[in-house]
Design a protein around this ligand. Structure first.
Ligand code: FAD
Length: 43
C-alpha cells in the first residue's frame, strides 16, 4: 500500500514539500489542504 502524505497549506512551503516528496518517492499519495481560494504554482 502506498504511503500517504497530508500537507496543510498550499503556499510556497506546502507546494515545495509536495514536489520534493514526490521526487524522492514517486509512489507517494499526497493530499494538500488549502483553506484559501488559490494554491501556489511555483515549487
Ligand atoms: C506583502 C508580501 C510580499 C511578498 N513578496 C514576495 C516576493 O516578491 N517574492 C518572494 O519570493 N517572496 C515574497 N514574499 C514572501 C513569500 O510570500 C513567503 O516567503 C512565502 O509565501 C511563504 O510561504 P509559506 O508556504 O511558508 O507560507 P504561505 O504562503 O503563508 O502559505 C501558507 C498557506 O497555508 C494556508 N493555511 C494556513 N492555515 C491553514 C489551515 N488550517 N488549513 C488549510 N490551509 C491553511 C494559507 O491559506 C496559505 O495559503 C512576500 C510576502 C509578503 C507578506
Amino acid at each position: 500500500m502506498a504511503k500517504k502524505l497530508v500537507i496543510i497549506g498550499g503556499g510556497a512551503g506546502g507546494a515545495s514539500v509536495a514536489a520534493e516528496a514526490k521526487r524522492r518517492d514517486p509512489s507517494l499519495s499526497i493530499l494538500m489542504i488549502e483553506e484559501g481560494k488559490y494554491v501556489s504554482t511555483a515549487a
